[in-house]
Design a protein. Sequence first.
Lengths: 496, 410, 128
Amino acid sequence: METSSGKSSGMGPVAHTAVYDVIIIGAGIVGAAAFRELCKYDLRVLLLDSLHDVGGDASRANSAILHGGFDPQPGTLMSDLNKEGVQLWFQWTQELSIDVEWTGSLVLAFNDADIAEITRLYHNGKKVRVPVKFLGRDETLRREPVVNPEVRASLYAPVSGIIDPFQAVVALVGSGLKNGGKLMLDTEVTHLVKLPDGYIAVQTNHGELRTKVVINAAGLNAAHIMRTAGEDWFSIHPRRGQYFILDKNVGNLVRHVIFRAPTPKGKGVLVSRTTHGNLLIGPTAEDLTEPDRRTTAEGLAEVLQGAKYLVPFPYERHAIAQYAGLRAIGSVDDFVVQHSKVMEGLINAAGIKSPGLTAAPGIAHRLIELVTDLLTLEEKRDFDPYFEFPPILRELPYVDRERLIKEDPTYGHMVCRCELVTEGEIKSVLRMQPAATDLDSIKRRVRATAGRCQGGFCTPRIIDILSRELNLSYDQVTKFGRNSKLVYGDNRRGDA
Amino acid sequence: MFVAVVGGGPAGMAAAVSAKRAGADRVVIIERAERLGGVLPQCIHSGFGVNYYGEDLTGPEFAERLRADVKASSVEVWLNAMVIEARPDKTLIISTPHGISFVKPDAVIFAVGARERPRGAIAIPGARPAGVYTAGTAQYMINIQGFEVGKEVFVLGSGDIGLITARRMALEGAKVHGVAELMPFPGGLARNVQQCLKDFNIPLLLSHTVTEVLGSERVEAVKVAQVENGKTVPGTEKVFPVDTLVLSVGLLPEAELIRQMGLPILPYTGSAAVDQFFQTDLPGVYVVGNGVGIWDLVDNVAMSASVAGSHAVKYEGRSSDLAEVLPGVGVRVVIPQRLSLGESDVPRIWFRVACPIPVGVALLTRGEEVIARKGFAGLKPAEMAEFPLKEEQYRAIRPGDKLHLRVQQP
Amino acid sequence: MSEKTDQKSALEFTCIVCPVGCTLNVTVSEGNQIRVLGNRCPKGAEYALTEVTNPQRYVQSTVVLMGSKTERRLPVKTDKPVPKDRIFEVVNEIRKVKVNVPVKVGDVVLENVLGLGVNVVATRTVEE
């Protein structure tokens, strides 16, 4: 059986005290990027996540933007790593076949305060040497005719764009797995303990693991992980962002990523296309004390209002989904990427808020430097930098689709009619590494259920495919693991 | 004459049979599912066919009759075959388990049906656990796949599909805690309120909506509140401890291929404009059934399709003398939106009102001038009503006329 | 005790015979005389009479279908209405039925359910 329950992949059953060189906690974008880069070296690397799929938490519910690098305060780690991240994404998206579009972004100014703000951003951009241009009203409207005509000026950043963050995480993890790394899902870290022999014991709900180095990339939980190691100078609170996804029919409303001039609370609501052609609006910025991923009527109304101010449009008529993500806001107003102050061998990547997705490759490189302080790294000779997803038929010429269907007729059987996903494609992501094992992990890999009917047509059919291919009873098929069961089984079971 | 019918539901089967009977050389039904019938095989309840067959049939029985006609009339049926691209020159590109097929028929009849509006279309706030399904999806899982979908259920939307799904789940042993309806009147037929809810003591909460979905993995509860003037009334929230939320909040024509043909989509039907033969502004391209607008009865779906099927064969092209029909005050939907003039048969016009009208008059007007009028009693938004046009009224319509259909209450 | 003339019961319900859904007003006087108002056709009056004396419903459900390549369930219905208060008993009997292909519309899958003189019949043809 190629695919297992998803608890581990790329490895056999977990030995009681398996020993690693580096364990990365958290398979979000930062952990995935570090995983991929560490797997270039002759190391035993393990990536852990508490959830049922890679993709983390904030990494799968964010704005899906590669930021231009003009926003963070020059001299901060955020600023440096944002810029470095953009450069690396150029290369990585090609090596790992991740969808990206360098659309450019516009920050709109509507009043004197906004103009002062985009002027400041302009100077930031110049200082850190990322390309920025100050555009007047006419040029702004020429580039983006649908924006609120009261716009007075804008800041244009050509080297920024949109990316598929799910695909990015899957590809990075896939690349690491392909180069010898290991992955364990549904694995919650409870404690980090420094052992007398220098190793760190990583205690989990699946037993204890031993490692020389731990990279804490646990997102919202990063401060909690630090505390289990006795490190309590840092805290994190969640900042919720709510979003709308709109139908592809209106995906071309804007060409660029459209922002409002930022306020102290953040970058505000943006209007953007996604790499799949949908329109995305959001986020809110709500500081919470506890993680709460619910959308709210007020939050969604705020998103609509904010988007309508930037680009007047009847968004609600074209809505297909809403979601909320939590950004990890640290008690220090910068990324924390450094050695633990109390436990040798622990490296923290914490407080990774926006622009974390953009900066992730830069963060990964910084983490490699920190690992070098502790371990001797030797490059693998056979490292393969390339990763390819199984074929996505809607992106292939008809002759290639025809060839695939002849090899496997299920590539001709359409399951998701909105996004045109075939049974063959779904089966292929159940077999890829990292494997999909449930409805949502299929969605993140091939977009079945992500279209305008949101799975109304294909969910029942995918339940059958998951049940058959993974040998699960119907009530074991889930939306995202654990008890997220889609149905309660056969409705005639137990009847004589 | 080669007619391709996209979709093998009631509309597609009726269109194909009528095209074949009208003398088409070759008729192909392209159906993406593994069976003919569209949504009918999952609609195991009765209430179909009273007009079309003069009998009260269940959905599967209605489908069987059409399927028997299809089998008897040497129509080709392609199953598991989905049109993935439709070009304005009528070329259809079809994905099948045998490969990618290209066909270029003389006429295309889109009988593509509708899709259900999902949770995201009405932006119900809250968590995103498993256990939120549209009514049609729930029906498919219960009746076709044989799944137990939920044990404790709440239904949002009192359209017929919502009411029937509530009863079906109750019959399967689920506890249905209630059905909420945003409007102050039920969306579905009165008899369905009686036999689906009252018979099973399922509460109907009018002017209520679901304000939040709760649950981290599977649905654990829904919050329901009263609505007044489009706003929830504070203090009226109730929590229903359910594991399943079923949504019956509207259907939209599946118009993607129609859009690909370059046809403009009308905001009030969600599909292309058609004339009384269900022909679009592209000659030889037809849209029938729920693909052209949402009908309340499958009888009308089948009827609209058979009109198109025979027209596609008998009349190539289209009359250039057209008038336009638009929904006026109090009318949400009018079908058809074009009238081909000078035809031998007087066209039938259907409309759907925006809100219930106990007694009223429907008027077909050209500017200030009333072309035709008809009194109605008991018009409901859930039901498509027919406006009877008389011969002399039809003949009085001139090419280029912009007619409005509106309703007035005394 | 109320006045003698008020020895009647009045009922209001919706006719379910056809999609029109007339609101029926039924009064039952002392001598069990039944008067129906609101029906737009004779079937409505007939329905009102049974609804007052012995309410009945057709029942539809599914049974397990075996041997088919594409289908797991066969839709079925009662060929006559059953007493309303026995619907769940009937459904429970239907739940126990298993049928093999081929099966045709109208085939009896359960005879004389609960001795009610009602058969459960297939509403779909499944050849294979």
